[in-house]
Design a protein around this ligand. Structure first.
Ligand code: G4P
Length: 530
């Protein structure tokens, strides 16, 4: 038995994903209120970030440093130790969000009931599916006019391609919102409006006298019809399928009025998983392995010029972390001491003395870490966790420095920013480093790049957008004669800094055409690992 079994098995580490404005921040805040980690709503930083223009964002990032992008919130609730990986609401930071999902064991998907599945959710969802992690759906804002719940379920199944299993079911919405019906306990919980929003009142069995009065005759009749339909048409709850990410349990509620949040939290914590084993070069590493191991999934540079510190965020995969411990930095090929690790607690950074598998710690990075690096106890030797995929950039631009004398600073700056994973840099296929092409997942990163090169490296640049939107990595590229690939007119060959060839396309259908024209060629949407 593991020395730390108790600590590790009570941990639940999950990410909250949503399209901006669906209510992710509000829901997170309510979770923290239940856990007693904050004592008033509005304390979670990063709120409203989604609504800020670029120039505002720079200011905010400067003032707040780390809090605008993904942060980690830890709190305790009913014997569980919960780590919420918050992800930036702004769609332009999606690569960062993708990587955060690599550190989570499950995901909570928040959907606005009046909008249904939105663009950003689809992208994030793909990453969850790739990892086969459990996905829980919270359909939010039932206190407002909402789409029909059956249509919402249908849309999730159709657009996202995952089966759904409603755990509770709404009775009406908007002004006619009466409450929810719990399919497990067969109980109706109704809600009353009060000054500070709605409140749950005690529940009644569906078929006892008085239940009808509770929700009104129309609501009651509709509910009975819905239940009949649900029982016939819905996927049955199956914990194994939930754990494999094949079925998403669905909950309805309203984060703002705090209805359905606690019920969600309770069910969710039972259905989700404690820290999962992680694959490595020496096989699966169990979270209960007594030796400490972790991997870096995110590097955050502080935008404040005065403190040019970088924080490497690590997900602990096994064992226990103790401040000051000596570890192997596998990719760096040396031993280091992990001092001054930090943990984000609501709005503040705190120094942690110990942490366990499932937890996330932020470690001061003097410029030695890269995304995907493994850190482990010397007893584990040089084992390495599977790398983190490079997500496909969707916007490309050619970068030129204005002052050609500053070539060295330019290369240094752009390479360091690329190491953090905020941008990806490429070269022309034939000419090499003279021409640099930058690819980003969100277009705002271009502004961040320009801003940071000017402010941190004193280099002015010009960015000329390129018309490409689709990138493909060439599988088994060492055995492919790239010069002879028969391309389309909108295709461009480029290479990364390790000389690996890639293809850019302006049209979505072109990659398929290239595959048809070049039998045996294999292209991939995700890059080789960091
Ligand atoms: P995000 O992190 O996913 O981007 O969303 P956030 O929680 O910031 O919520 C976006 C807006 O939706 C906020 O309104 C928030 O109050 C509102 N909201 C969240 N949950 C619910 C809900 O259950 N019902 C209703 N009716 N609204 C909800 P805002 O006006 O943009 O901001 P604020 O002034 O309320 O802070």
């Amino acid at each position: 038995m593991s020395l730390y079994e108790n600590e590790i098995s009570k941990r639940r580490t999950f990410a909250i994903i949503s399209h901006p404005d669906a209510g992710k921040t509000t829901l997170t805040e309510k979770f923290l209120l239940y856990g007693g980690a904050i004592n008033q709503a509005g304390s979670v930083k990063g709120r409203k970030t989604a609504k800020h223009a670029v120039s505002d964002w720079m200011e905010i990032e400067k003032q707040r440093g780390i809090s605008v992008t993904s942060s980690v919130l830890q709190f305790h609730y009913e014997g569980y130790c919960i780590n919420i990986l918050d992800t930036p609401g702004h769609q332009d930071f999606s690569e960062d969000t993708y990587r955060t999902l690599m550190a989570a064991d499950s995901a909570v998907m928040v959907i606005d009931a009046s909008k249904g599945v939105e663009a950003q959710t689809i992208k994030l969802f793909k990453v969850c599916v790739m990892r086969h992690i459990p996905i829980f759906t919270f359909i939010n804002k039932l206190d407002r006019e909402a789409n029909d719940p059956f249509d919402l379920m249908d849309e999730i199944e159709r657009v996202l391609g995952i089966k759904t299993c409603p755990i509770n079911w709404p009775i009406g919405c908007g002004k006619n919102f009466k409450g929810v019906y719990d399919r497990n306990t067969n109980k109706i919980t109704t809600f009353v409006a009060a000054d500070a929003g709605m409140h749950e009142i005690e529940s009644h069995e569906l078929d006892v006298e008085g239940a009808e009065d509770q929700v009104g005759i129309i609501g009651y009749q509709k509910l009975l019809e819905d239940i009949e339909l649900l029982d016939g048409a819905c996927e049955e709850f199956d914990q194994d399928k939930v754990s494999n990410g094949e079925i998403s349990p669905v909950f309805f509620g309203s984060a703002l009025t705090n209805f359905g949040v606690e019920t969600f939290l309770e069910h969710f914590l039972k259905m989700t998983t404690s820290p999962l084993p992680r694959h490595s070069s020496i096989g699966e590493i169990s979270p209960f392995d007594d030796n400490f191991s972790a991997f870096v999934f995110k590097i955050q540079a502080n935008m404040n010029k005065a403190h040019r510190d970088r924080i490497a965020f690590m997900r602990i995969c096994s064992g226990k972390f103790e401040a000051g411990m000596e570890v192997n930095h596998v990719q760096g090929g040396r031993k280091i001491r992990l001092t001054q690790p930090q943990q984000m607690m609501a709005s503040e950074r705190t120094i942690v003395e110990e942490a366990y598998a499932g937890d996330i710690i932020g470690v001061f990075d003097p410029g030695i870490f890269s995304i995907g690096d493994t850190i482990c106890s010397p007893k584990m030797g040089n084992m390495a966790f599977d790398g983190i995929p490079t997500f496909a950039p969707e916007h490309f631009a050619r970068v030129r420095q204005m002052d050609t004398m500053k070539r060295k600073q330019f290369i240094k700056g752009i390479s360091q920013i690329a190491l953090e994973g905020a941008i990806q840099i490429f070269q022309e296929f034939n000419t090499g480093m003279e021409e640099i092409i930058v690819g980003v997942v969100g277009v705002l990163q271009f502004d961040v790049l320009k801003f940071r090169l000017e402010n941190e490296y004193n280099v002015e640049i010009r960015l000329d957008p390129l018309p490409y939107e689709y990138i493909r990595w060439i599988e088994d590229w060492e055995n492919v004669d790239v010069a002879r690939i028969n391309g389309t007119s909108d295709m461009k060959k480029i290479k990364d800094l390790k000389d690996r060839p890639l293809l850019l396309f302006a049209n979505s259908w072109s990659p398929q055409m290239v595959l048809e024209r070049n039998p045996g060629l294999k292209l991939s949407e995700f890059g080789t690992e960091h």
